[in-house]
Design a protein around this ligand. Structure first.
Ligand code: NAG
Length: 403
């Protein structure tokens, strides 16, 4: 009798242990327990356990990395491996820098005193990248009337690293350096340059974000929509305007390539490495990829004041997600925004990335050279139209913007 009892006791214990082990294994598999997998992603964040809206693509080790990493000098220099977070944290209360080149009348002069442009295109660029700015100016960033909509354009620049001495002093004493002279001339010629006094580095893109939001709500308060993106994207203005035609600029809207449940990258070797001391939560708020997104005038104004309250965070699009979270505003995923570029040909051999018919269906594609942008634009705007295998289903007639 006693022996049987002991046997039963043993069985119970085994069962209990087995159940615990099973639970642990299960938890591990589902990502409840912390995993030790080191993300080799070059993207902004590791994929979340259950990406609901879009699957984050981790590029192959040998694949073409994101902007800011491979791009020749033009883009801000890639951060060094040993980013000084301590210094960043200590300096992050300094977040107001003067505007060195302004375009105060960018959004004025459309007859009715309070009528702003329909679309303001704001492009992140760096001083050295004149060639890409030219490509954007002459293709998708053209100012004026596009399908009846009034479009205006600005480029957002900081001071090239290592050149951040007193600009005003140099101006006054006629001791401008080469880049200052060139940028002044470019600004006079195209009237689309905004230059702020912070170093134009990858980790200062958040400063660019808040300074642009503040600028746009001050100098462009009546703009209906704003497109903000990188200089290495291809943007299909017609498709964007079509998408916006049904939207009310007085309502909240922020649409783009939305990433949800992204986990901070804890691998120090990554460019997007974020230590837990800087961000302790397991996932980032939903955010739109910084390569290109669109927002309404109403959201612009609300974001400008929300972001002014949020502590600086070194990854600009995640930072914007934090501002959105503060407003309890969910970014809207739009399948035609491909801000992380097109899948590598090996991953998707059926997608011919140089097929203009492919681009015709999209709004934003990331990771293009100035030449790609030119070529794609001219192929898409060929006077005799495109002969695509699958005719487009969306209505193609010109639509009218009503104010
Ligand atoms: C950002 O710009 C400021 C002002 O130019 C500079 O002091 C700081 O080092 C920059 N921060 C980073 C992370 O590059």
């Amino acid at each position: 009798m006693r022996r049987r009892l002991r046997l039963r006791w043993d069985a119970l214990l085994t069962l209990l242990l087995g159940a615990t082990l099973g639970f642990l294994l299960y938890a591990q598999r589902d990502g409840v327990a912390p995993t030790t997998r080191a993300p080799r992603a070059q993207g902004r964040a590791a994929p979340g356990p259950t990406p609901r809206l879009r699957v984050f693509q981790i590029p192959d080790a040998g694949a073409v990395p994101q902007a800011y990493e491979e791009d020749t000098p033009p883009e801000p220099p890639a951060p060094t491996r040993t980013f000084d977070f301590g210094r960043y944290l200590r300096a992050k209360d300094q977040r107001h820098f003067p505007l060195l080149i302004n375009e105060p009348h960018k959004c004025r002069g459309y007859g009715a005193p309070s009528a702003g442009p329909d679309l303001l295109i704001a492009v992140k660029s760096v001083v050295a990248d004149f060639e890409r700015r030219q490509a954007v100016r002459q293709t998708w960033g053209t100012e004026g009337r596009v399908q009846g909509a009034l479009v205006r354009r600005v480029f957002l620049l900081g001071v090239p690293r290592g050149a951040s001495y007193d600009w005003a002093e140099a101006e006054g004493e006629g001791k401008q350096t080469h880049w200052q002279t060139l940028l002044r001339a470019e600004s006079r010629a195209f009237e689309d340059i905004l230059l702020w006094a912070f170093d134009d580095t990858f980790f200062n893109l958040t400063l660019k974000e808040i300074h642009f939001l503040a600028w746009a709500s001050a100098y462009c308060p009546d703009v209906r929509f704003v497109f903000k993106g990188d200089a290495d994207v291809f943007m299909h203005v017609g498709n964007l305007l079509e998408f916006l035609a049904a939207r009310d600029p007085a309502q909240d809207l922020l649409a783009g390539d939305v990433i949800v449940q992204a986990r901070p990258i804890r691998a120090q070797a990554s460019k997007y490495y974020i230590p837990e001391a800087v961000y302790g939560l397991p996932v980032y708020p939903a955010y739109a990829g910084g390569g290109g997104f669109v927002l309404s005038g109403a959201t612009l104004r609300r974001l400008a004041s929300a972001c002014a309250q949020v502590e600086l965070f070194p990854i600009d699009d995640v930072f914007l997600g934090m501002c959105l979270q503060r407003l309890q505003l969910t970014p809207e995923p739009h399948p035609a925004f491909r801000t992380f570029g097109i899948p590598q040909p090996s991953a998707a051999p059926h997608l011919r990335t140089f097929d203009p018919c492919f681009y015709r269906e999209l709004v934003v594609v990331h990771g293009l050279s100035a030449a790609d942008i030119w070529l794609m634009w001219h192929l898409l705007h060929h006077p005799h139209g495109l002969a695509c295998a699958h005719p487009r289903t969306v209505a193609t007639g010109p639509f009218q913007w009503g104010h």
